[in-house]
Design a protein around this ligand. Structure first.
Ligand SMILES: Cc1cc2nc3c(=O)[nH]c(=O)nc-3n(C[C@H](O)[C@H](O)[C@H](O)COP(=O)(O)OP(=O)(O)OC[C@H]3O[C@@H](n4cnc5c(N)ncnc54)[C@H](O)[C@@H]3O)c2cc1C
Length: 477
């Protein structure tokens, strides 16, 4: 079988869906190829095993090797990570954009222009605060931070609330609800269930893509330009499998998190939603927020110290899980290996990262006590439970990052954009250095991890770059 398009877009997540919309609305012939399936929102329970199976890569179980290894998750479905994520919206901070512009020499880049694209995105995906009272797990973050005098706020989300005031019954305005229908209305074609294995490259140009289907057959897709939007792990892996040389996959940046579960006197657990408050007193280095906390995930958070913490699991209705996230100075790598379907991913936390995780978990435990927690269960092997301030110090002393379950859902920076040859895999608008028609337009381009939830940054840059492609007649090149 074969397919043909002017523009091939690989991946339909935050980067791919927005790229497709801009290009299709400009009248270009766009084909989006997505490895995962189209799964209607509401057809699977959020954070359930069913969702892991249908909408996550490898059932949500993937790991970056290191000391400690870091568990990470990627969406794999139409809409990518936007279908499964928490929907918490942060604009990229202005001073960070300035730093990226300067340090990576991003040409023709005006941070104010990017922020005005963020304005458009906010309207398109309906970014808003919750309509009614906050959920009890969210209130824990608010009241604990307020008691300590720490800076905190409700983070708006891309949600609608068709069921009235209930803050936990929002409908996520993910890519299958917003940009993908818009792209298709403008003529873009979307095919799902096909994985692009590699690009065929001849003389600095990609000429076709080889896709594999679930039945084992292959398909060839020809195009004039390709936008690789598979996310910060899959995009560099695909480029490496295709023999693309350059600064590809060497600078993975993430926001590592450590967790704890806290038990309160009254029931507060919300199994299918996350808190909307974040604590930014120590930002951009350290932030606190709330995690998904269904009974299985509460049990998972107790697993590191199961012999002594298992007694708490039956109290799950009175428990909720929280995280401390850091902006890491460490870096990771994505490496494709011949004849292996998935890349090997590694990540190295620095000494400063480990210390920040230690102090982060201790401060988070303190916040929980201030919010009224009866007992706090940190997620690391050998952890003592925490019932008072003295226990916080004991816990902080006992902590070691190598004994902790460290996780991340924010993956960036594997093909950084800009004009610094020794740091950047793509140019100032995402075209891969040294290749005429291969573009990257997803989280891989962000020069560093942004220190805030990244989806808004991914979308705004993708729209900027796609508009530049249209404005400069890129498709005719
Ligand atoms: C559980 C979770 C919670 C998160 N919470 C938030 C949050 O609250 N706020 C926030 O701002 N961000 C959040 N994020 C991060 C956010 O979702 C990502 O930053 C964003 O989706 C990245 O966009 P992307 O286009 O780079 O990749 P993705 O959105 O991951 O899309 C990539 C798509 O490409 C497809 N693909 C990959 N390789 C191929 C191939 N070879 N062939 C065909 N298709 C391919 C994948 O299947 C996937 O659908 C969260 C992420 C997760 C996983």
């Amino acid at each position: 079988m074969s397919l043909d398009a002017d523009i091939l877009i690989i991946g339909s997540g935050a980067g791919g869906a927005t790229t497709a919309t801009v290009l299709a609305e400009a009248g270009l012939d766009v084909l989006i190829v997505e490895e995962g399936a189209w799964v209607e929102q509401g057809s699977v329970v959020p954070f359930s095993l069913d969702q892991m199976d249908q909408q996550y890569r490898s059932g949500g179980v993937t790991v970056a090797l290191g000391m400690p290894s870091i568990a990470y998750t990627e969406g794999r479905c139409a809409g990518g990570g936007t279908e499964v994520n928490s929907g918490l919206y942060w604009r990229p901070p202005g001073e960070l954009l300035e730093r990226w512009r300067h340090d990576f020499r991003i040409a023709d880049f005006d941070p104010d222009d990017l922020l005005s694209i963020a304005d458009e995105v906010e309207t398109a995906i309906n970014v808003r605060t919750v309509p009614g009272p906050h959920s009890a797990p969210s209130e824990v973050l608010r009241s604990g931070a307020a008691a300590l005098g720490w800076q905190h706020s409700e983070v708006p989300r891309w949600m609608t609330y068709p069921h009235g005031d209930d803050a936990t019954k929002g409908e996520r305005q993910s890519m299958t609800r917003t940009y993908l229908p818009r792209a298709m209305k403008a003529g873009a074609r979307l095919v799902t269930g096909r994985r692009i294995d590699r690009l065929v490259i001849d003389g600095g140009r990609a000429t076709e893509a080889i896709a594999s289907l679930p039945d084992g057959s292959t398909e060839r897709i020809t195009f004039r330009h390709v936008f690789v939007c598979g996310g910060a792990i899959q995009s560099p892996a695909l480029l490496q499998r295709s023999g693309v040389k350059g600064h590809i996959g060497r600078t993975l940046a993430v926001h590592p998190t450590v967790k704890l579960a806290a038990r309160f006197a009254d029931e507060l657990n919300v199994p299918d939603d996350v808190p909307v408050h974040q604590v930014k007193e120590f930002a951009p280095h350290l932030s606190f927020g709330g995690s998904a906390s269904n009974p299985g995930l509460v049990a998972l958070s107790l697993l590191d110290q199961w012999p002594t913490f298992r007694r708490a699991v039956t109290d799950w209705p009175r428990m909720s899980v929280y995280y401390a996230a850091i902006t890491s100075q460490g870096r990771g790598r994505v490496m494709s290996v011949p004849r292996m379907k998935d890349p090997i991913v590694t990540y190295r936390l620095t000494h400063a990262d480990r210390e920040l995780l230690r102090s982060g978990l201790a401060r988070l435990a303190l916040l929980m006590l201030e919010a009224g927690a009866e007992e706090v269960f940190p997620s690391f092997r050998g952890a003592p439970s925490v019932k008072n301030r003295r226990d916080v110090a004991t816990m902080q002393h006992a902590f070691s990052a190598t004994k902790a379950t460290v996780m991340t859902v924010h993956l960036c920076s594997t093909v950084p954009m800009g004009e610094v040859a020794e740091r950047c895999g793509a140019d100032s608008f995402g075209r891969v250095h040294g290749y005429r028609n291969i573009h990257v337009n997803d989280a891989s381009l962000l020069p560093t991890a942004p220190g805030v939830n990244p989806q808004a940054s991914v979308m705004a840059f993708a729209i900027r770059n796609a508009r530049h492609f249209v404005a400069t007649g890129g498709s005719r090149a």
